[in-house]
Design a protein. Structure first.
Length: 299
């Protein structure tokens, strides 16, 4: 090992929110020492300091100027401006390592830091951070999208490994599509489950979690592993009558959910066909979904 590998690196966290706080507290103390934190919001800073008491509160420029490793955990919209401001104010130390954790960006926001002499990488954990403690607990084994120049892959992937993660190289040109996929798989899934929770509550089920927790977890895991082959349910089976009954019930009980059900069912139908649903059944379900007033002919 070289001397650098055995010496703890001085780390600055810019953005002490849930992600920044989780990462700071997860860094192995034998190799990393968080010496500075910069960010807005007294409550976030207080929460950070409670977990990392040795970090000094300062500005982004001063935090970065004295760090070996700068972790940028600010919002996506703020990232580019923060890097530009620190570089403009001479806060980039030559040879320092700069990492941002924004999923949808590659290396472009870090260009000012690279021009000022820093090594740069984009490292995004494919995990949710509902709180700093929950986020830290979910880091072991998590996949990370790592985007870096060839000369920087080694140290960037080592950082991910030190945080308990599994580095996966994602090309700079694919970052936006990668992040779009995760947004659909995570945020959109959460919204769908939240809708299902509301429907169960409307059905009089006081605690929807025992129903939805195991079911949604198993469904998501099956789809992640097997894709369309994991589909189940009335659309996959071609049960057009059941789909029509669902729409009729929603039109009475929760009409604001009808459009969402139709959209989700149409998406499911496209994957059901890919998984082998026959043309006749596909057409029958599609006809129900295209009927703006299901059950209207029965009047």
């Amino acid at each position: 090992m070289t001397g650098r590998e055995t010496t703890s690196e001085r780390v600055a966290i810019v953005g002490p929110g849930r992600v920044g706080t989780a990462l700071a507290s997860a860094l192995p103390a034998a190799r990393y020492r968080v010496v500075a934190v910069a960010g807005r919001g007294p409550s976030a800073l207080a929460d950070f300091r409670a977990r990392v008491p040795d970090a000094v509160e300062t500005s982004p420029t001063l935090a970065a100027a004295d760090a070996d490793l700068v972790l940028l955990c600010v919002s996506d919209d703020a990232l580019t401006d923060v890097v530009r401001a620190v570089a403009r104010d001479d806060g980039v130390r030559t040879g320092s390592r700069w990492v941002h954790v924004a999923g949808g960006f590659g290396l472009a926001p870090l260009h000012p830091a690279r021009l000022a002499g820093a090594k740069v990488a984009a490292c995004h954990p494919a995990q949710t951070f509902p709180s700093p403690d929950d986020g830290r607990a979910r880091l072991p084994g998590a996949a990370w999208a790592v985007t870096a120049d060839s000369r920087d892959h080694g140290w960037a992937e080592r950082l991910v490994a030190d945080l308990g993660g599994r580095p996966v190289r994602v090309p700079d040109s694919a970052r936006l599509l990668y992040h779009t996929a995760l947004t659909v798989g995570s945020n959109a899934t959460a919204a769908v489950v939240a809708l299902a929770r509301d429907l169960l509550a409307a059905a009089g089920i006081a605690d929807p979690h025992p129903f939805l927790g195991p079911l949604s977890t198993a469904s998501a895991a099956g789809a992640a592993e097997h894709g369309a082959a994991a589909l189940t349910g009335p659309v996959r089976r071609g049960d057009a009558g059941t789909v029509a009954a669902h729409l009729q019930e929603l039109a009475v009980v929760m009409p604001e959910a009808v459009d969402a059900y139709r959209a989700l069912a149409r998406l499911t139908l496209s994957y059901a066909r890919r998984a082998g649903l026959d043309d006749v059944s596909t057409a029958a379900v599609a006809a129900v979904l295209d009927d703006d007033e299901p059950g209207g002919d029965d009047e």
